[in-house]
Design a protein around this ligand. Structure first.
Ligand code: NAP
Length: 250
């Protein structure tokens, strides 16, 4: 691993890093020199594979299981990271789920499950990291929202509401933390090839994407890596960066 890499000496926690976008973000931050904490919920083998890939490449990583929609699990997760690493410089709130359904038929439990992980989980992790970053007088918080949170999507009222909530949470926290050297930004992917999108009928979606393809997890990870880097992104806070092939403009 290159010791002049931009995140050398830093520790980054990526929630939901066992698969998809979170996995690519973990690899990109490790490549940038950070020690990476690979959080997962129910895929220990996949999380271990991410850790091994990073460690084999000469980086530093370890995995911690925690449901980031649960307050006590989140508090335990951050306590363990501080015990093991002694610091936390970058938090990427990536863990997310979908439970789609048209509003008239949307079950309350599916509404609550999505709001609980995709929005409340971001709040819980942000609150849990705040004390450490405020003490350090530095930190980067990067929240993975979605273009669906900006424009809505039929059949995804719960998901869109949670992701729109993440935008409001990002901007409010950015204002609260700015004077303390902590930036808070969001990345809004369009359609990215992961387990989350594998069941979708791609034809009508592709017609709405000017660049003509789904994005890759690596392309989202590149944007996260940029937002974590110093000095490149030090003067950016409260922003939502879209990685969507031009799907949503203006
Ligand atoms: P994915 O492939 O389904 O992976 C989801 C990840 O979240 C997995 O690592 C999973 O861990 C983890 N996770 C699920 N529930 C969790 C919980 N309660 N606590 C901790 N981790 C949990 O999803 P993805 O497509 O990479 O999506 C990642 C993020 O990007 C999500 O916030 C999603 O909303 C957002 N996004 C995705 C797209 C897209 O097109 N794919 C577009 C816009 C936004 P386990 O493997 O352990 O279950």
């Amino acid at each position: 691993m290159n010791s002049t890499a931009p995140l050398t000496g830093q520790t980054a926690l990526v929630t939901g890093a066992s698969r998809g976008i979170g996995r690519s973000v973990a690899l990109a931050l490790a490549e940038a020199g950070a020690e990476v904490v690979v959080n997962y919920s129910s895929s220990p083998d996949a999380a271990e594979e991410v850790v091994n890939t990073i460690n084999t490449a000469g980086g530093k990583a370890y995995a911690i299981q925690a449901n980031v929609g649960e307050e006590t699990a989140v508090d335990e997760l951050f306590k363990t990271v501080l015990e093991r690493s002694g610091r936390l410089d970058v938090l990427v709130n990536n863990a997310g789920i979908t439970r789609d359904g048209l509003l008239m038929r949307l079950k309350t439990e599916d509404w609550q499950a999505v709001i609980n992980l995709n929005l409340t989980g971001v709040f819980l992790c942000t609150r849990a990291v705040a004390r450490t970053m405020l003490k350090q007088k530095s930190g980067r918080i990067i929240n993975i929202t979605s273009v669906v949170g900006l424009i809505g999507n039929a059949g995804q009222a719960n998901y869109a509401a949670a992701k729109a909530g993440v935008v409001g949470l990002t901007r409010s926290t950015a204002k609260e933390f700015a004077s303390r050297g902590i930036t808070v930004n969001a990345v809004a992917p369009g359609f990215i090839t992961t387990d989350m999108t594998k069941e979708l009928d791609s034809e009508p979606i592709l017609a709405a994407i000017p660049l003509g393809s789904f994005g890759t997890p690596e392309q989202v990870a590149g944007t996260v890596r940029f937002l974590a880097a110093d000095p490149a992104a030090a003067y950016i806070t409260g922003q939502v960066l879209q990685v969507d092939g031009g799907m949503v403009m203006g």
